[in-house]
Write a protein that binds this ligand. Structure first.
Ligand code: GLN
Length: 186
Protein backbone atom coordinates (compact mmCIF):
# COMPACT_ATOMS: atom_id res chain seq x y z
CA UNK A 1 0.00 0.00 0.00
CA UNK A 2 1.30 3.45 -0.98
CA UNK A 3 -0.20 6.73 0.17
CA UNK A 4 0.44 10.10 -1.46
CA UNK A 5 0.53 13.11 0.85
CA UNK A 6 -0.06 16.49 -0.75
CA UNK A 7 3.01 18.45 0.35
CA UNK A 8 2.58 21.91 -1.15
CA UNK A 9 2.03 23.70 2.13
CA UNK A 10 0.84 23.12 5.68
CA UNK A 11 0.97 20.18 8.10
CA UNK A 12 1.98 17.36 5.76
CA UNK A 13 5.00 16.00 7.61
CA UNK A 14 2.88 15.04 10.64
CA UNK A 15 0.80 12.73 8.42
CA UNK A 16 3.97 11.08 7.20
CA UNK A 17 5.04 10.46 10.80
CA UNK A 18 1.74 8.74 11.58
CA UNK A 19 1.96 6.55 8.46
CA UNK A 20 5.61 5.73 9.27
CA UNK A 21 4.57 4.63 12.74
CA UNK A 22 1.95 2.35 11.13
CA UNK A 23 4.60 1.00 8.70
CA UNK A 24 2.67 2.29 5.71
CA UNK A 25 4.65 3.55 2.73
CA UNK A 26 4.02 7.16 1.77
CA UNK A 27 5.43 9.78 -0.58
CA UNK A 28 5.10 13.54 -0.94
CA UNK A 29 3.20 15.08 -3.85
CA UNK A 30 4.82 18.34 -4.92
CA UNK A 31 4.60 18.25 -8.71
CA UNK A 32 2.83 16.46 -11.51
CA UNK A 33 5.47 13.81 -12.04
CA UNK A 34 5.07 12.69 -8.42
CA UNK A 35 1.69 11.19 -9.29
CA UNK A 36 2.83 9.28 -12.38
CA UNK A 37 3.29 6.02 -10.46
CA UNK A 38 0.15 4.41 -9.08
CA UNK A 39 -0.86 4.88 -5.46
CA UNK A 40 -3.67 3.68 -3.22
CA UNK A 41 -4.73 6.70 -1.21
CA UNK A 42 -4.34 10.46 -0.92
CA UNK A 43 -4.01 12.68 2.16
CA UNK A 44 -4.70 16.41 1.92
CA UNK A 45 -3.28 18.09 5.03
CA UNK A 46 -4.30 21.13 7.01
CA UNK A 47 -2.81 24.50 6.22
CA UNK A 48 -4.26 27.39 4.26
CA UNK A 49 -6.85 26.18 1.77
CA UNK A 50 -6.68 29.25 -0.52
CA UNK A 51 -2.89 28.96 -0.85
CA UNK A 52 -3.05 25.22 -1.41
CA UNK A 53 -5.81 25.66 -3.99
CA UNK A 54 -3.82 28.23 -5.94
CA UNK A 55 -0.72 26.02 -5.93
CA UNK A 56 -2.76 23.01 -7.04
CA UNK A 57 -3.94 24.96 -10.08
CA UNK A 58 -0.50 26.47 -10.87
CA UNK A 59 1.20 23.09 -10.69
CA UNK A 60 -1.42 21.41 -12.85
CA UNK A 61 -2.26 19.01 -10.03
CA UNK A 62 -5.88 19.98 -9.38
CA UNK A 63 -7.54 18.28 -12.34
CA UNK A 64 -5.58 14.99 -12.37
CA UNK A 65 -6.04 14.52 -8.62
CA UNK A 66 -9.71 15.46 -8.84
CA UNK A 67 -10.16 12.84 -11.55
CA UNK A 68 -8.52 10.19 -9.39
CA UNK A 69 -10.83 11.06 -6.48
CA UNK A 70 -13.86 10.92 -8.77
CA UNK A 71 -12.67 7.55 -10.02
CA UNK A 72 -12.69 6.23 -6.44
CA UNK A 73 -9.20 6.90 -5.04
CA UNK A 74 -9.58 6.93 -1.23
CA UNK A 75 -8.91 10.47 0.02
CA UNK A 76 -8.56 11.90 3.52
CA UNK A 77 -8.70 15.67 3.99
CA UNK A 78 -7.93 17.32 7.33
CA UNK A 79 -9.02 20.88 8.08
CA UNK A 80 -7.91 22.89 5.01
CA UNK A 81 -7.95 19.53 3.22
CA UNK A 82 -11.62 19.12 4.14
CA UNK A 83 -12.31 22.59 2.73
CA UNK A 84 -10.64 21.59 -0.55
CA UNK A 85 -12.87 18.51 -0.77
CA UNK A 86 -16.17 20.29 -0.01
CA UNK A 87 -18.53 20.95 -2.90
CA UNK A 88 -19.98 23.92 -1.08
CA UNK A 89 -17.93 26.50 0.86
CA UNK A 90 -20.23 28.90 2.68
CA UNK A 91 -20.05 32.50 1.56
CA UNK A 92 -17.07 31.92 -0.71
CA UNK A 93 -16.25 32.33 -4.34
CA UNK A 94 -13.38 30.00 -3.47
CA UNK A 95 -15.10 26.95 -4.92
CA UNK A 96 -14.65 28.26 -8.43
CA UNK A 97 -12.02 26.02 -9.92
CA UNK A 98 -9.42 26.14 -7.14
CA UNK A 99 -10.73 23.28 -5.00
CA UNK A 100 -11.51 19.62 -5.69
CA UNK A 101 -15.20 20.10 -4.83
CA UNK A 102 -15.79 16.34 -4.92
CA UNK A 103 -17.46 15.73 -1.55
CA UNK A 104 -21.10 16.54 -1.05
CA UNK A 105 -20.70 18.57 2.15
CA UNK A 106 -21.17 22.22 3.04
CA UNK A 107 -18.33 23.76 5.05
CA UNK A 108 -17.79 27.06 6.80
CA UNK A 109 -14.21 28.28 7.04
CA UNK A 110 -12.73 29.66 10.28
CA UNK A 111 -16.03 28.81 11.90
CA UNK A 112 -14.94 29.26 15.53
CA UNK A 113 -13.88 32.86 15.10
CA UNK A 114 -10.70 34.43 16.48
CA UNK A 115 -11.36 33.96 20.19
CA UNK A 116 -11.68 30.21 19.96
CA UNK A 117 -9.48 29.79 16.92
CA UNK A 118 -7.61 26.83 18.33
CA UNK A 119 -8.67 24.34 20.96
CA UNK A 120 -8.34 20.74 22.02
CA UNK A 121 -11.03 18.29 23.04
CA UNK A 122 -11.84 14.59 23.22
CA UNK A 123 -14.91 13.24 21.49
CA UNK A 124 -16.29 10.17 19.82
CA UNK A 125 -15.18 9.38 16.30
CA UNK A 126 -17.26 6.51 14.97
CA UNK A 127 -17.99 5.41 18.60
CA UNK A 128 -14.42 5.65 19.93
CA UNK A 129 -13.30 8.65 21.99
CA UNK A 130 -10.18 10.22 20.46
CA UNK A 131 -8.19 13.43 20.99
CA UNK A 132 -9.06 16.23 18.55
CA UNK A 133 -6.94 19.33 17.89
CA UNK A 134 -8.68 22.23 16.18
CA UNK A 135 -6.58 24.97 14.55
CA UNK A 136 -8.55 27.84 12.97
CA UNK A 137 -10.90 25.06 11.98
CA UNK A 138 -13.92 25.00 9.71
CA UNK A 139 -17.24 23.35 10.59
CA UNK A 140 -19.09 20.98 8.31
CA UNK A 141 -22.50 22.63 8.37
CA UNK A 142 -24.21 19.99 6.21
CA UNK A 143 -23.55 16.47 5.03
CA UNK A 144 -25.73 16.36 1.96
CA UNK A 145 -24.73 12.85 1.04
CA UNK A 146 -22.79 10.44 3.25
CA UNK A 147 -22.40 9.83 6.96
CA UNK A 148 -21.48 11.94 9.98
CA UNK A 149 -18.62 10.30 11.90
CA UNK A 150 -18.09 12.83 14.69
CA UNK A 151 -19.64 15.91 16.25
CA UNK A 152 -18.39 18.35 18.91
CA UNK A 153 -21.11 20.33 20.72
CA UNK A 154 -23.51 19.45 17.93
CA UNK A 155 -21.19 20.63 15.15
CA UNK A 156 -20.09 18.09 12.53
CA UNK A 157 -16.31 17.63 12.63
CA UNK A 158 -15.89 14.42 10.61
CA UNK A 159 -17.79 12.91 7.71
CA UNK A 160 -17.45 10.27 5.05
CA UNK A 161 -18.93 9.89 1.63
CA UNK A 162 -17.82 6.63 0.01
CA UNK A 163 -14.09 6.93 -0.75
CA UNK A 164 -13.85 10.41 0.80
CA UNK A 165 -13.12 11.17 4.45
CA UNK A 166 -12.97 14.66 5.95
CA UNK A 167 -12.12 15.88 9.45
CA UNK A 168 -12.13 19.53 10.48
CA UNK A 169 -9.64 18.73 13.26
CA UNK A 170 -6.01 17.57 13.01
CA UNK A 171 -5.92 13.90 14.09
CA UNK A 172 -2.30 13.53 12.96
CA UNK A 173 -1.11 15.54 15.98
CA UNK A 174 -2.29 13.21 18.74
CA UNK A 175 -3.62 9.90 17.46
CA UNK A 176 -3.34 7.36 14.66
CA UNK A 177 -6.98 6.27 15.04
CA UNK A 178 -8.37 8.22 12.07
CA UNK A 179 -5.47 7.14 9.86
CA UNK A 180 -6.20 3.53 10.73
CA UNK A 181 -9.86 4.16 9.87
CA UNK A 182 -8.75 5.66 6.54
CA UNK A 183 -6.49 2.68 5.79
CA UNK A 184 -9.51 0.49 6.46
CA UNK A 185 -11.31 2.27 3.60
CA UNK A 186 -8.80 0.82 1.12
N1 GLN B 1 -8.25 28.29 8.35
C1 GLN B 1 -7.66 27.44 7.33
C2 GLN B 1 -8.38 27.62 5.99
O1 GLN B 1 -9.43 28.19 5.93
C3 GLN B 1 -7.69 26.00 7.77
C4 GLN B 1 -6.85 25.81 9.01
C5 GLN B 1 -6.19 24.48 9.11
O2 GLN B 1 -6.07 23.74 8.14
N2 GLN B 1 -5.70 24.17 10.29
O3 GLN B 1 -7.88 27.17 5.01
Amino acid sequence: MRIGILALQGAFIEHKHVLDSLHVESFEIRRLRDIESPFDGLIIPGGESTTMGKLLVELGLLEPLKQKIENGLPVFGTCAGAILLAKDIEGAAQGQGTTFATMDITIQRNAYGRQLGSFFTEEKFNDTVIPMSFIRAPIITKVNNGEVLATVNGDIVAARQGNQLATTFHPELKTDFVHRYFLGMM
